[in-house]
Each structure stands twice: as C-alpha cells, then as structure tokens.
Design a protein around this ligand. Structure first.
Ligand SMILES: Cc1ncc(COP(=O)(O)O)c(C=O)c1O
Length: 458
C-alpha cells in the first residue's frame, strides 16, 4: 500500500490544452503509480503523501511530469522557486562554478563565498552586518536559538528563555521542534525545554474584541503567572513572519509591542523568514511589513533558488558570539550554493522582482477576493500578502474548518493542470514563482474557482 491520502486510480479527466496547461493523459498519469511504489518500498513514509504526480522537469512557473502533462505551479515546490524553476541565471552560475572546478572547500576561504556574503548582507540592509550559511531551514532556526541564548548569557540573564508563538513552526530538529508548537510532531522528544515558552497567536478570529496589545499582554501575563520574569528570564522572541499553514500575518501592533518589550529588556527579536524572505511578500523580507527591525533573521527556501542554502543574519556583535569552530557545518557556504544564492539576488534585483511581486499580489488578491464572494458559504478567510496567499475552507452548514473539502479541491486542481500547496488542513496555499506571467496567475485562480464549484456540487 502506498501511504498517501490521494487515489492512485487513474481517472479519465477532461483533457486540457491552454498556453499554460496541458493535461493529455488520465490522472494520475501513466507511470506515476510505479514511481510512487518504488519510493514507498525504499524511502521512509514521512516523505510521502503529496499529490500523486512525478515531477520530470520544471521551468519558470511550469511543472512537467513524465507523461508530458504541464501544470501551472502555485507551489514553487514549497516557496523555494521564487526566481522561477531552473532559473537560467542560477543555472549558468552553477555551471560556471562546476566548470571551475570547486565543489566544496568546507570552511576554507573561497572567492565565491566572499562575494555572496558581501552581496547577501547588502541585500538585507541595516542592521544586518554578518551572516553564516547553512543548508536547511531548521539549521538556521537552531542557529538563531543558540545566538539568542548566547546573547542572553552574556547579558547575565537568570535563565535562557525564548518566547515563541503557538501554532508557529520552525523545523524538524530538536530545538526547532521545541520552538514549534506542534505537540504531535514533538511528542518523540519526551520532554519540553522548560525555558522555551509559547504565547497565543493573535488570529483574526481569536482577538474577540481585545486589542492586539491586550492580547499580547494576556499571553505574557500567563507566563508571569508561571513564574517567568520577562526582563530576567527571557533572551529572545522567535516569530515566524507569518504563520505558515494559513499565511496568517500578525496585527502590526502585536509585533511592534513585542519589539518594544525586546528593546526595553535586552531581548533579541528573531524572525523566521523561511517562507517570507527573498521577495515572496512583495518586500525583500516579510518583517518589513510590521515596521520593526529584528536582531536576527533566519532564511532558507527561496534564498537558494532550488539548491540547499539557508542562513542566519544579524549584527556583527551577535553573529560573532560563538567562538571559532562553534558555528559552522560541513556544507555551509559550499561554493556551488553560494554561486546559486548570488544569482538569486541578482535576479531579484535585476528584474525588479520584488516590486513586481507586490504588483502581482494585488492582481492575485483581487481575483481571490472575487472567488471568496462567489463562494461565501465555503470560504471563511482569505489571508496573505504579495505572492503568498491562503484560502481557508469551511463546512457550509456548520461553519467548521473543512480539511476534506480542501483536499478534494487540491486534487481536482491537479487534475485540471494547476498545482496548489496541499497543507493537509483547511487551507490551500498559493505561492507561485515570483516570475509567473499575469495571465497564468489569473488562469490559475480561474481553475481554482472551477474546482471549488465542482467539489461543492458533488
Ligand atoms: C517557517 C519555516 N521554518 C523552518 C522551516 C524548516 O526548513 P527546512 O525544511 O529547510 O529545514 C520551514 C520549512 O517548511 C518553514 O516553513
């Protein structure tokens, strides 16, 4: 048995041929089941459960499978292909790095790393002065956890407390899972670090008449009631820039109040910019929407344009806290990924992709707003900014979150030549490459509307 929630029985779906989509076979396409079953036999189950298609190649905002079907991609894999899949500038930079040749040099110096880090720090702007590079996003959030604690230690804090937000998520390694609040996912750890705390997320539906500042204060009061003294026991606040599953942003006042607490109490403010960085929200980094200045940002995903590149950025006084050798990794700052990372920044800047994302975001949200008006009994919320959006579905009678309706919509979109992010919850996430053509963006939303209508009519 293949472990996934989607049927592997090929369905003779209506064929599609537009300038952005091709569906020319039954779906799942011939050959798909075989590859999924081979993976099922030799790869851990935790990697499975995605929509059943076999990616053969991906270019710009199109994904092609092994049977010649072509999808409009609203996923960017998982918000990685910001500059478009197989971006020619990124490919050329990596090819020239391969031709050099220098595939790796550990922490020894190389020109490519120097050039990339200079450009990266300039791209991030003040107050970011230094970065260190890693491969996975979870390593970056672990790195920030360490830096926040080392900073607090240096300041003579009584405890090494970190305040995180309920429902946020920061990765799958130990510290990252403890900072995340997914209780099921962190159950394996067997204990919770007593100095990692969580306060409630100010969802639009949770405020109940309270101001964002009052809501924050209540969360902090609950910590206080558990014996936590914010000024003495807390080294850092860790915020996911928006809550991932639903692209839920905080009210600006909530984040600004946190920043104020940080400044008053010598606490570091960190943003996990994994999904929101590198132009995704129409700004270089998502924190810029809140009018605050973080001490640290954790980046990954879109940073590498498709290659494993992540990192932490901050002021030199924080970034230099670990001693020589105390914060590096075998593949940190590999010359190949540095070449790719540099090309990503050149592409974002050279094509003005960040401003373009803000413009396309208006287009996307205009179309999604019309979708919401078309299905008021099915769509409860429309969230996000720039080219990250989330449509939340509800049951028409009970109004409860409707995950199975959402999965059916995601599956039908796939059958129609549109790939959306299936979150497994009541949200469909939309995060196309920032390079997507306006026409393809609007065609994608039209396909989503068709799918919602058809699933609702079943
Ligand atoms: C907000 C956030 N933080 C951290 C991570 C972890 O990144 P990675 O999967 O590269 O370890 C992710 C990945 O989805 C993420 O969305």
């Amino acid at each position: 048995m293949v472990a996934h929630s989607f049927s592997l029985e090929p369905i003779n779906v209506p064929l599609v041929a537009t300038s952005h989509r091709t569906i020319q076979t039954a779906i799942p396409a011939p050959g798909t089941r075989e590859v999924l079953e081979r993976l099922e036999a030799c790869e851990s189950r935790s990697m499975h459960g995605q929509l059943p298609l076999v990616w053969d190649r991906a270019e710009d905002y199109s994904v092609y499978d092994i049977a010649g079907n072509r999808w409009i991609d609203f996923t960017s894999t998982i918000f990685v292909a910001n500059v478009g899949h197989s971006n020619p500038r990124v490919s050329a930079a990596m090819k020239s790095a391969l031709d050099k040749p220098l595939y790796g040099c550990y922490a020894y110096a190389n020109e490519s790393r120097a050039r990339y880090l200079e450009r990266l720090v300039k791209f991030a702007g003040a107050p970011f002065e230094k970065a260190f590079l890693l491969s996975a996003g979870t390593e970056a959030t672990e790195g920030a956890l360490k830096l926040m604690r080392m900073h607090g230690q240096k300041q003579g804090k009584r405890r090494r407390g970190i305040v995180c937000i309920e429902g946020n998520w920061h990765g799958r390694t130990l510290g990252a899972q403890m900072m995340s609040s997914n209780l099921v996912q962190r159950d394996w750890i067997g204990y919770q670090d007593a100095d990692i705390h969580h306060i409630p997320f100010p969802y639009p539906w949770a405020l109940n008449g309270r101001t964002p500042e009052e809501f924050l204060q209540q969360g902090l009061d609950a910590l206080k009631a558990r014996g936590v003294d914010i000024s003495q026991d807390i080294c850092g606040f860790m915020l996911e820039t928006f809550q991932g599953w639903g692209a839920v942003f905080y009210p600006v006042e909530f984040v600004q109040a946190i920043e104020k607490i940080c400044r008053t109490n010598g606490i570091l403010l960190t943003f996990d910019e994994m999904q929101s960085g590198f132009g995704r929200t129409g700004r270089a980094f998502g924190f810029q929407h809140y009018g605050v200045v973080p001490d640290l940002i954790c980046c990954g995903k879109g940073m590498g344009g498709g290659v494993p590149l992540s990192g932490v950025l901050g002021r030199a006084s924080i970034m230099d806290l670990p001693d020589v050798g105390n914060m590096s990794s075998t593949h940190s700052a590999n010359p190949l990924v540095c070449a790719a990372g540099l090309a990503v920044i050149e592409e974002l800047e050279g094509r003005d992709l960040i401003a373009e994302t803000a413009r396309k975001g208006e287009l996307l949200f205009g179309a999604l707003e019309r979708l919401k008006q078309q299905f008021p009994s099915r769509i409860s919320h429309l969230l996000g900014r720039g080219l990250i959006a989330s449509v939340l579905f509800k049951h028409p009678e009970t109004g409860a979150a409707d995950g199975s309706f959402t999965s059916a919509v995601a599956e039908l979109c796939m059958q129609k030549g549109l790939l959306v992010v299936h979150t497994g919850r009541e949200s469909i996430k939309i995060g196309p490459p920032l390079t997507i053509a306006d026409e393809a963006l609007l065609e994608g939303v039209a396909v989503l509307a068709e799918a919602v209508a058809e699933v609702a009519a079943r």
